[in-house]
Design a protein around this ligand. Structure first.
Ligand code: NCD
Ligand code: ZN
Ligand code: ZN
Length: 439
């Protein structure tokens, strides 16, 4: 049992009058004024701060096993806790690939040993992410790690017949397929968004249609299979319109957007700095605006970081040789505040929805993204909406430093993160877990 945590005078969802919130082992014990806690309780001053359900990231790369020189489950969990997350989904493009229950169970167990955040393994859709043979999804779903989301992320399941079979199989298993939408025949050699900037800089272009054609195709495949499909890292205005259309048809499609696609556009490429290379590529300002509107309207369901650590030698090189991907866990909230809250596109209820409630619903996590009410799980994040901080790559908890926000001053700070009643991060420092044991 961990000691109780009493948060005083906090604004729950940023609304109403300041309230005390008492968190016990596992559950929210009480909400009210002048609450009494046990003598050993840890008291946190909530004045001027906002309480939200702990964030859930459907898309993160923790690089273990295989590239522990860039991130581990340990360091990635620390980054997640500092970013306000209480659950993350670790993508399958590790080495070895998470296409077997041995790997997916390792990821879950290691996350529980570290104890800072629930690390849910994502299983590969196809063996070795090769796109030709379905992985044993059923075995992974039945393992200790209970895999509930499958994705070949990093690669697109581009063969329509394999994708169709994966969707059919997934609906009978009750799991979710998440698609990295990229028609590979349209992106051979591509390193940047196909448009005037890439043309001027002499960079090979990645057309919007490479993403949109797969989004449209998969919506139709999901319709026919009666299966749910989730679109990873939506990056174009056209994807927003296609998802809007598919939802209007009653197709069970959901989509995420990354903080970097909400914030940055391809004008960043002028410096040829490899830190800005990412898949899908940074698009144009009109796409950024459409993604923000799509998220505000609920066409795009949630924010997912696509946290993608890379070693210095893989980033500080010629742009076309740089590995795609950028860090995201510790900066996600601030980018959402900057791009959505400050412009008035989302209120704090909306932040809870897109960073916690919807992602938990999409994967069917019943202990996350829950209402802040008595008896609900004590998974919460305390946010200071007025604080500002300056991003410094080397100060982040990740092993790698590839943040695109280096030296930027951003609004909104995570003050504390609580997982099942235990403080995992407080005032910018993690509280190493005692390990919650293996489920
Ligand atoms: N987003 C990226 O640019 N890179 C990701 C893979 C992916 O999300 O497609 C990675 O694993 O590095
Ligand atoms: Zn991807
Ligand atoms: Zn990814």
């Amino acid at each position: 049992m961990s000691p109780q945590v009493l948060i005083r005078n906090v604004l729950v969802y940023g609304e109403g009058a300041p309230t005390d919130v008492l968190l016990g082992d596992e559950q929210i014990l009480a909400l009210g004024t002048d609450l009494e806690a046990s003598p050993d309780a840890e008291v946190i001053d909530g004045a001027g701060r906002i309480l939200l359900p702990g964030f859930v990231d459907l898309h993160t790369h923790l690089r273990e096993p295989g590239r522990e020189d860039t991130e581990t489950i340990d360091t990635g969990s620390a980054a997640a806790a500092l970013g306000g997350y209480t659950a993350v989904f670790a993508m399958a493009n590790t080495d070895p690939v998470a296409d077997s229950v041995v790997v997916t169970d390792h990821v879950w167990r290691r996350g529980q040993e570290v104890g800072l955040v629930d690390v849910h393994p994502v299983g590969a859709v196809t063996v070795g992410l090769a796109g030709t043979q379905l992985a044993e999804m059923g075995t992974m779903a039945a393992g200790v790690g209970r895999v509930r989301m499958f994705s070949d992320d990093g690669h697109c399941v581009h063969d329509p017949l394999i994708m169709r079979r994966a969707l059919e199989y997934s609906s009978s298993l009750g799991v979710l397929i998440a698609q990295h939408a990229e028609e590979p025949r349209l992106t051979a050699g591509a390193v940047a968004h196909e448009g005037p900037t890439a043309a001027r800089l002499g960079l090979a272009g990645w057309p919007r249609a490479a993403e949109e054609s797969i989004v449209a195709r998969d919506a139709l495949l999901a319709r026919d299979a009666g299966a749910r499909v989730h679109i990873c890292h939506a990056s174009t205005a056209g994807t927003v319109e296609l998802v809007r259309w598919a939802k209007a048809q009653g197709i069970p499609i959901t989509a995420e957007v990354t903080p970097h696609h909400l914030m940055l556009d391809d004008s960043r490429l002028e410096t040829y700095d490899g830190v800005n290379r990412v898949n899908p590529p940074l698009r144009e300002r009109s796409d950024v605006e459409a993604l923000r509107r799509g998220l505000a309207e609920g066409v795009l369901d949630c924010v997912a970081t696509d946290h993608a650590p890379h070693a210095e030698q893989d980033k500080c090189c010629e742009f076309s040789q740089a590995r795609p991907g950028m860090l995201g866990l510790e900066t996600a909230l601030s980018i959402v505040v900057e791009t959505m809250v400050r412009p008035g596109l989302l209120d704090w209820r909306g932040v809870a929805k897109v960073m916690s409630e919807r992602p938990a619903e999409i994967v069917g996590l019943d202990d996350q993204g829950r209402p802040l009410e008595v008896g609900e799980p004590a998974n919460v994040v305390l946010v200071d909406p007025d604080a500002e901080w300056t991003v410094r790559g080397p100060e982040l908890a990740s092993v790698a430093h590839n943040t695109p926000y280096e030296a930027m001053t951003l609004p909104g700070k995570v003050v504390a993160t609580v997982l099942r009643g235990r403080i995992t991060a407080l005032d910018g420092a993690v509280r190493p877990g005692t390990g919650s044991g293996v489920r």
